[in-house]
Design a protein around this ligand. Structure first.
Ligand code: PLP
Length: 230
């Protein structure tokens, strides 16, 4: 068995385990393979194994993968997005995970020709290095979204802080879930906001326990390009 196949199996088992522990349904979890640090060839091997959701964090990397990969793929953009790149990106993706400011909302609305599924990124941990709106800004931000009907906000996204302390990570995920519940309760037609994009290689099991619907797994699934993969 190829390494990538072995890794996929392991992750699927871990997802099952976390679902069992949290009494959740496996079907409610979408596994996004983050392929930003590996070649199109490696990404293709995942698609061949049945992975249909791929995530990239740079426009150039995304376009390269799209050109080279055969098969049916839903494309997720998960990185910081410069406003000037929106026009080249918007028609090539199925889901944008990184709406983090009003200027980006306006540009996406202007360039999109139909509603695009989006996540609003929230900086829950408050770290300088992380982008996203603050939890305190969420109410006003979601009110303002009403004027931009080309964004269809399906949920909230966050990145956990870089720490070994599981309770801090869990707390961040839990806060995002509570904020999601708060926004979802408004039942905004343009922003149902029922989903949660959270959890990466090191913390996706915790994220699932705390309600993640979309996990973004890179290294643990795809490895790194320097490793042999036969
Ligand atoms: C790179 C990246 C991931 C995947 O990270 P891993 O630790 O390799 O699993 C997930 N989400 C975002 C936003 C990323 O940039």
């Amino acid at each position: 068995m190829k390494q990538v196949e072995q890794r996929l199996k392991t992750i699927q088992q871990q997802i099952e385990e976390a679902c069992e522990k949290a009494h959740r349904n496996l079907e409610d979890i979408t596994l996004i393979a983050v392929t930003k640090s590996v070649s199109s060839k490696r990404a293709q091997s995942l698609v061949d194994l049945g992975i249909a959701e791929l995530g990239e964090n740079r426009l150039e990397g995304l376009l390269e993968k799209q050109e080279n990969i055969q098969g049916t793929v839903n494309w997720h953009f998960i990185g910081n997005l410069q406003t000037r790149k929106v026009k080249d990106l918007i028609h090539t993706i199925d889901c944008l995970h990184s709406i983090d400011r009003m200027s980006l909302v306006k540009e996406v609305h202007k360039r999109a020709t139909q509603p695009l599924d989006c996540f609003v990124q929230v900086n829950v941990s408050g770290e300088e290095s992380k982008s996203g709106i603050t939890p305190e800004e969420a109410d006003v931000f979601f009110e303002e979204l009403a004027s931009y009907e080309n964004l269809h906000v399906i949920g909230l996204m966050t990145m956990a802080p870089n720490t070994e302390d599981e309770s801090i990570i869990r707390g961040v995920f839990r806060s995002l879930r509570e904020l999601r519940d708060h926004i979802a309760a408004k039942q905004l037609p343009y922003a149902p906001c029922t989903k949660l994009s959270m959890g990466m290689s090191n913390d996706f099991m915790i994220a699932i326990e705390e309600g993640a619907t979309h996990i973004r797994v890179g290294t643990a699934l795809v490895g790194s390009e320097s490793e042999e993969d036969e």
